[in-house]
Design a protein around this ligand. Structure first.
Ligand code: ZN
Length: 204
């Protein structure tokens, strides 16, 4: 896989912000941006190696958008912003950055890129879903994003070294939860993208 960076936004769906005990931001607030290592990406069909140092790795199913040559969005897919929730709670309490919780090895399962030229009706017309072992866990509607993709793009380009080929994860809807060794995860944007992964405990 070529090298790229993965930018991500936290708390972009009100129902998810509330399920984690936060007030939802509004579109005039500053978005909360973090990075996941590009090398943490896991292509569709591969195993996700779950870290042995966390007992609470959560799925966060999200729409991902890829930056093209002119830093416009050119592709989209479905991705998982895997989060070690126990580490995140510890880091938050200490006032520390979230890197361990968000950017660990295999923390970004990423579906196949789909050209936005194939998209009928715009991002807001989509839904996306995550099933774990066949059970529906998350349903997202990008129309409910607090910070819209173009607003996030403008914010990022004004502040960060975004490069062609980078991805933006646009936030997760309500329904995040734990995944464990042996789980089968299927993320889908019906009509466009389908990706699946097996979760395995890491030998690391
Ligand atoms: Zn997320």
């Amino acid at each position: 896989m070529e090298s790229f960076q993965i930018w991500a936004v936290g708390r972009n769906y009100a129902d998810h912000a509330k399920e984690l005990g936060h007030a939802a931001p509004t579109a005039t607030d500053e978005p909360m941006i973090f990075l996941k290592a590009g090398a943490s990406a896991v292509p569709q069909g591969a195993d996700i190696r779950l870290p042995s140092w966390s007992r609470d790795v959560h799925h966060e199913c999200e729409i991902a958008l890829r930056f093209g040559a002119k830093l416009e969005f050119t592709d989209f897919t479905v991705a998982l912003d895997l989060t070690a929730r126990d580490a995140q709670a510890r880091l938050k309490a200490a006032g520390h950055p979230w890197t361990l919780a968000k950017s660990f090895t295999d923390s970004c399962p990423l579906g196949p890129p789909i050209s936005l030229t194939r998209l009928v009706g715009g991002i807001d017309s989509l839904t996306f879903t995550l099933k774990v072992n066949g059970e529906l866990r998350q349903v997202g509607r990008p129309a409910e994003m607090i910070f819209k993709p173009e607003a996030l793009r403008a914010y990022l380009l004004g502040r960060f070294p975004v490069r062609p080929g980078d991805w933006l994860l646009t936030g997760t809807p309500v329904g995040v939860g734990k995944i464990v060794n042996g789980d089968f995860l299927e993320a889908e944007i019906p009509g466009y993208a389908h990706a699946s992964w097996n979760a395995r405990l890491s030998p690391l």
